[in-house]
Design a protein around this ligand. Structure first.
Ligand code: F6P
Length: 303
């Protein structure tokens, strides 16, 4: 049999961290090493690629990391398209380092850059990651499951305080312009779910909340996605003016949709209302495979 060419593979993680990133890093490194290939891990996403900042990854560096949340390589929202001659720099760095291929693990922004690099002749594999679950041609991105479970658990816990105090509780959930986390967690544990993909009239929402309460309900849980838009809320919302490299406004800062909606509901219904912004709590966790990992440990897959 002809001898297989030994490859040098680059690996990077970009965008918001998500549980499961380390498991993917580990899988790539272990598989590559088993086939005799070498893996270089670039620090903080595309920034490391542009600066040639990397570490050599072997089985030793990635041992057991699948149980940790976040990413051992670090992440950033560096946008190669925004850097003058960014793609030329990346291609030149790849050539200089002798990289045969690059594995980019990220969401729509990181993979958007990866797609452009591919179109410019680079050998790139994209791995879909984001808690938001909004990557094209993919049913589920990793990170989504954990974030949804965290949001659902938070909603579950907030029921008791809302009920004890006879309040309406508004819970703002991450997802930028995609409502998947809010939809799944909210269907499991809220009375009302508001997502960016569906218009919702606030008069109608408040009418239904009041009706619930006049029918005997003593509290109401509302799950709202951070990207939910409504003209009546717009006048109350005040986000930080700061934008990231991809032009995204920082949601969940200043007066976000959760607070605006809570104020609007209280004003319109007269019911005491509180809001909670879950924010980054939804991202900071080990992936759900930990239990599976413990169970599978004895199996031949892990030897
Ligand atoms: O894209 C993942 C995500 O968690 C979004 O749901 C959220 O709007 C955004 O990242 C927050 O970004 P950052 O961590 O940069 O504040």
């Amino acid at each position: 049999m002809p001898e297989r060419k030994k490859l040098r593979i680059g690996l990077l993680t970009g965008g918001g961290d998500a549980p499961g990133l380390n498991a993917v890093i580990r899988a790539v490194v272990i598989k590559a090493q088993a086939l005799g290939h070498e893996t270089l891990g670039f620090i903080c996403g595309w920034r490391g690629m542009l600066n040639k900042e990397y570490v050599v990854l072997t089985r030793k560096e990635v041992e057991d990391i699948q149980r940790e949340g976040g990413t051992i390589l670090g992440s950033s929202r560096t946008n190669v398209s925004k850097i003058p001659n960014g793609f030329e720099i990346v291609k030149a760095n790849m050539a200089e380092l002798g990289l045969d291929a690059l594995v980019a693990i990220g969401g729509e922004d990181t993979l958007g850059v990866a797609a452009k690099l591919h179109a410019a002749g680079g050998h790139v594999v994209g791995v879909p990651k984001t808690i938001d679950n909004d990557v094209n041609c993919t049913d589920y991105t990793f990170g989504f499951d954990t974030a949804t479970n965290r949001a659902m658990e938070a909603l579950d816990r907030l029921h008791t305080t809302a009920k004890s105090h006879r309040r309406v509780m508004v819970v703002e959930i991450m997802g930028r312009h995609a409502g998947w986390i809010t939809l799944h967690a909210g269907m499991a544990s809220a009375h009302f779910v508001l997502i960016p993909e569906v218009e919702y009239d606030l008069d109608e929402l408040c009418r239904q909340i009041k009706q619930r309460h006049s029918n005997g309900a003593v509290y109401t849980m509302v799950a709202v996605s951070e990207g939910f838009e409504n003209k009546d809320l717009a006048r109350r919302i005040m986000h930080s003016a700061e934008k990231d490299d991809f032009g995204h406004v920082r949601l969940g800062t200043g007066i976000g949709v959760g607070q605006a909606l809570a104020e609007e509901i209280e004003d319109r219904t007269g019911l005491e209302t509180r809001h909670v912004v879950l924010g980054h709590l939804q991202r900071g966790d080990p992936p759900p495979s930990t239990a599976c990992w413990a169970r599978a440990r004895g199996s031949r897959l892990w030897r």
